[in-house]
Design a binder for this molecule. Sequence first.
Ligand code: IMP
Ligand code: MG
Length: 175
Amino acid sequence: MDNISVLYNTEEIACAVKKLGSEISNDYKGGKLLVVSVLKGSVVFVADLIRCIDSADVRLTFIRAKSYEGCCSSGNVSILNTEEISQLDMSEYDVLVAEDILDTGLTLDVVKKYLLSLGAKSVKIAAFMDKPSRRVNNVKADYSCFEIEDRFVVGYGLDYNEKYRHLPYVGEVIL
Ligand code: IMP
Ligand code: MG
């Protein structure tokens, strides 16, 4: 395994996710909330987050956002795995998109527009991590656990070439 320098440990992550869950619970009291988890990076985050939301009627679904040019986000994004979501009456739901990290914003821009086009009442973004300095558009994280500088992080669902998603902490790979 590569050398990984820990940025946020398990306790810090649990505390931040719990705080985010309380904020979300406050904002969606009594509502019908559809949490849309973007595969695969957000699965660890979303599993913890939904267990910290206690005030709304929560439903969970998954979509995949596939970016086409090589490794870097291009804005050329396809939304896949839409069988379940396309059968819902989206006008009943406030939507919360759960994403691992908001980087350029190109992926979430497409995801957000797609969900609005399905007729969702509202669409907000919960990004586990946010790199605001990398943004190329005006997409914002409505909720985020950690804001970081421009560095490449892994763990807690985030990968480097499909490795390290299982790490229970967030770290930076030292190459
Ligand atoms: P965006 O479209 O540039 O915002 O990129 C979003 C996607 O790029 C995320 O969902 C991640 O899969 C990936 N990504 C961006 N930064 C990182 C990082 O630091 N570590 C791991 N994946 C990242
Ligand atoms: Mg990824």
